[in-house]
Design a protein around this ligand. Sequence first.
Ligand code: BES
Ligand code: MN
Ligand code: MN
Length: 472
Amino acid sequence: MFCTFMYLQKIMRIELKNQKEFFIDQLIDLLKIPSISANPHYKGDIKKTAKWLKNALHDIGCSSVKIYETKGNPIVYGEVITSKDAPTVLVYGHYDVQPPDPIELWESPPFEPVIKKTELHPKGAIFARGACDDKGQMFMHLKAVELLLKNNSLGCNVKFVIEGEEEVGSNNLEKFISDHKSILQSEIIIISDTGINSIENPAITTGLRGLSYMEVTVTGPNRDLHSGLYGGTLANPINILCDMIASLHNENKKVNIPGFYDHVEEISESQRKMMNVNGADDKSFKSSIGIEAVMGEKGFTTLDRRSIRPTLDVNGIWGGYTGEGAKTVIPSQAHAKISMRLVPHQKWENISKLFEEHFKSIAPKGVKVKITTHHGGNAYVTPTDSLAYKAAEKAYSDVFGVVPFAKRDGGSIPIVPMFEKALGTKTLLMGFGFDSDAIHSPNEHFGIDNFLKGIETITLFYTHYSELHKNI
Ligand code: BES
Ligand code: MN
Ligand code: MN
């Protein structure tokens, strides 16, 4: 068996070397379409991207390729059924991207991809919105299957589900899943939408945090007022909102909402020590984002704070006069967007309710508070003793030359726990991006080496996974 893998790996490397430029050109083509899900102005580009993917799935040899319309953005489906005895893998990815704002901070236009070398990507990286999150990572899966099919070496059945609303909460995917349970049956779901620490020290993500996303509006007087005539006589909604937000953390930077920590998964000191072995030191963390000091919940490391602990952050705050120059005004309203990252056993609906009750309860007389719950999702932890994990571990080892470690990530993919609830299927997170790839930020990029190693790892995953299946 050993020889077969070595042989396949060799073939894949040669193929990848030959096809590299072609694959990159195709990805660049995909990255040029501004499939921004947050802004309805881009509906046409969303449609165009779905069609592009439909053709791409068709071209690599998928059957039953179809664009499923939803109340929101379309979902693209395609499958490769090799044998009824082979294990089935469902690949999930998303073709929608975050808005590129603030656009003036991009060194090259977000939808005109360019390849540039960086310190962490000496072999070059593609700069474009969606390069890493998630078009580049999702596209690796199409290319891996294409290479295997070409070489008659695909030992699994593969089903692709590629959606266009992940960045806005996957609102219509749940219904699609429950409406199509039978076609979506699989042994495992694989997703490349997370990251590794470095090429030298790769990791498999075993945890994602949950999310509760809230919007608050504080209303005071029935109109904006002259601050000279009225200032100091009434509750200024912005001043009040700031007080309220400031009170949401105590002096130890714990979240000050009653019940917030009630069900938080407690991780033992020794387990935390193990988890922290591969954590970046604070020095490099600080310098990578240009800060002089870290800050967070007392008693926890930076890695803990960004993976296994729940947090609360203001994502945006506005109100009053924000234009050029000065305008003396007491605003009628103040607004903020506030998100909470959640950990296992916290339920996002419950946390959103706790937030709402608490936030209303701390409002002083003289203002009204309105709260909207945007999307949410629960945390997820993947097993490390599964066949899929073992296959992935082998595949990463083959390609990177070291055994990958298991790490919990701080980001969220709310559809993962939904998949398990609706289909009973577990997910394996095979990411290849770096934290420094600037996802959601200006100058997002994805390393060419990450892209190629990702494709190679995925091809070997299928091979190991089908072999492990034969032995059970
Ligand atoms: N791919 C990210 C999630 C991610 C990134 C997880 C890196 C782990 C490591 C995904 O596209 C994303 O941005 N998710 C959102 C949640 C969504 C509901 C908007 C997030 O985490 O903010
Ligand atoms: Mn993503
Ligand atoms: Mn994202």
